[in-house]
Design a protein. Structure first.
Length: 273
């Protein structure tokens, strides 16, 4: 992997790594968290160019984190779109909900996917969880087939939705009370998926570590195989990074954008995972 961006810089923590990558990889405007969602105002090449206007937890990432396992981003994105299209067509059939969605859809007419943006709002999160928890596994598997391992992923998505409702009663309570330990106890949720949900889904301070990250650090001379150790390295001094931006930014968003820059760097330099 080329390391010319790091030639004249000593990389001793996450702050140093962000300083090295920041000038070279654009991951969106001040509202962007890099990973797109249906509330993103503009998406290009899998990057949230113009982020959602309100930074709120989004149940979408609970499913996206599972769909994205062992497949290309494009495949997972298509599967997520098909899933949310099904959810839209289901929710719009309910009296009262129909009017809410149709009105909201007008407000999102300039978004890439107006109908999917309308049901991505927080007020529909519990209905989405209930709908998915009651889905037939084979039917869901057919919807998300493009993500690969669709039968396995369908089981895990339905089980996660059921367990969120069973243990927390609502998505709002889940956002406030869920721990990483709870997520790791769920079938099919490992360290990376748990971190994705906590950071991108719940907007918490949680650094995502993937194989791109590990390969990049190895190329820079670091040998960190333990997930927690890699996280610790990347989080070290990252609070300082707030001074690199000309707008207010949370540490959680900095973590999301750093992960995005690592992925974009790795994709450009053809890092295989």
């Amino acid at each position: 992997m080329p390391t010319r961006y790091f030639t004249n810089q000593q990389i001793s923590d996450g702050y140093d790594l962000l300083c090295a990558l920041k000038p070279h990889y654009y991951v969106g405007d001040r509202n962007s968290w890099w990973w797109p969602q249906f509330l993103s105002l503009k998406i290009e090449n899998g990057i949230e160019i113009h982020g959602a206007l309100q930074q709120q937890p989004n149940v979408l990432f609970c499913f996206a984190s599972i769909l994205g396992q062992n497949t290309k981003y494009e495949n997972a994105a298509h599967a997520l779109k098909y899933l949310y299209t099904f959810l839209y067509n289901t929710l719009i059939q309910y009296p009262g909900i129909n009017e809410m969605i149709m009105q909201d859809e007008k407000d999102f007419k300039n978004y890439p996917f107006p109908s999917l943006a309308s049901i991505s709002q927080p007020q529909f999160s519990n209905m989405i969880l209930k709908t998915i928890s009651n889905m037939d596994l084979s039917y869901l598997a057919g919807i998300i087939k493009q993500a690969g391992f669709h039968n396995q992923k369908a089981q895990r998505i339905v089980l996660l939705a059921k367990n969120i409702l069973q243990d927390f009663c609502s998505f709002e309570t889940f956002c406030l009370k869920v721990s990483k330990e709870w997520l790791l106890a769920q079938k099919g949720i490992g360290n990376e998926s748990a971190s994705n949900i906590l950071n991108y889904g719940l907007k918490r301070e949680e650094m995502v570590v993937d194989r791109y990250t590990q390969k990049l650090l190895i190329s820079l001379g670091f040998e960190c195989s333990d997930y927690a150790e890699l996280q610790s390295f990347l989080c070290n001094n990252l609070e300082q990074a707030k001074q690199l931006y000309d707008f207010d930014i949370s540490l959680a968003q900095i973590m999301a954008r750093l992960h995005g820059k690592i992925v974009e760097y790795s994709k450009k330099h053809k890092t295989k995972c």
